[in-house]
Write a protein that binds this ligand. Structure first.
Ligand SMILES: [Zn+2]
Length: 308
């Protein structure tokens, strides 16, 4: 027998006891592991158990399991604010079975990242929602909860950690730029997170989500507190003759049908007013109402083309 073995065992026992006594989640971690075991048992079943609906299927004579497969990958990231006052509160909420809510990651105000679930499992963060024709976002997304009471700004430490996490997830699962969205985007009638101070533009600049071209949908120029005039300069060396159609930059804006544009972006427009508010929460981030100004329409017109 290895003479170091009793020492190693003693050391491990102390380490396990120490971690149990210091981690307030050791009990729910055991429940978590038990559930993982149950699901892995289900995944190992071959041939897989069939439900009652499959009884009508005309199966072939020989069972033949393919040799060519891997795990399914999430293709969206849904960002939330917790609407709670501390990360401890959220970790506790997500470890109480009666709440029936969870997410893959929680990021604290100090920028600590808590991973609560393997990316390959389905967390319960989206609830009833829709994006494009996707009606089960929980099955296809990673949920990230940001420790924020719903009204405050997001701390820089938290945003830096979020950007690091998004980079890892994007590379790991090959998630497209357009598929980094907010909870309010997929559930406009029910949700208002993340709050309007969330830096969507900064995220889009890093490749997480899309943003409009600010020079196309130029915000109103304010000079000395009053609206200024934007000068239109004709392209150099280009003579405009009467046979040519008018330069589009000088025509008044012809808005796209807002409902169609919102639907192309992904919004569920069954409640159009809610969809407009969700759009404004994400892309306008002020005066989050059901009114689309000419400026908002320009932004919408510029954006929907990027989602096509
Ligand atoms: Zn949420």
């Amino acid at each position: 027998m290895n003479k170091f073995r009793p020492i190693i065992i003693t050391f491990l026992t102390i380490a396990v006891l120490a971690s149990c006594s210091s981690n307030p989640y050791s009990k729910t971690n055991r429940v978590h592991k038990k559930q993982l075991k149950e699901y892995s048992k289900q995944l190992r079943e071959f041939p897989p158990q069939q439900d009652a609906g499959a009884a009508i299927l005309n199966f072939g004579e020989n069972q033949a399991g393919t040799t060519n497969f891997n795990l399914r990958k999430p293709n969206f990231v849904i960002i939330h604010h917790t609407a709670q006052n501390s990360v401890e509160h959220t970790l506790s909420t997500f470890t109480l079975p009666r709440t029936q809510v969870s997410s893959h990651y929680v990021i604290s105000r100090n920028g600590e990242v808590y991973q609560m679930l393997n990316d390959y499992y389905r967390a319960w963060h989206g609830g009833a929602g829709k994006w494009g024709n996707n009606t089960d976002l929980n099955s296809s997304s990673i949920g990230i909860e940001l420790d924020n009471n719903g009204f405050e700004e997001f701390s820089p430490a938290m945003i830096y950690s979020l950007l690091d996490l998004l980079k890892v997830l994007k590379e790991r699962h090959n998630i497209p730029d357009a598929n980094f969205i907010g909870h309010s985007d997929i559930a406009p009638s029910r949700k208002v997170d993340p709050n309007p101070t969330f830096p969507w533009k900064l995220l889009a600049e890093e490749g997480f989500g899309l943003w409009y071209d600010e020079e196309v949908a130029a915000p109103e120029i304010i000079i000395d507190g009053r609206p200024g005039v934007r000068l239109e300069i004709p392209a150099e060396g280009r003579e405009i003759t009467s046979a040519e159609p008018a330069d589009t930059t000088t025509t008044t804006f012809q808005g796209v049908d807002p409902e169609l544009a919102l639907r192309i972006i992904g919004y569920d427009t069954s409640n159009l007013e809610a969809a407009i508010k969700a759009f404004k929460l994400h892309f306008i981030q002020s005066e989050i109402d059901t009114n689309l100004t000419e400026q908002d329409l320009k932004i919408l017109d510029n954006l929907y083309r990027k989602y096509m």
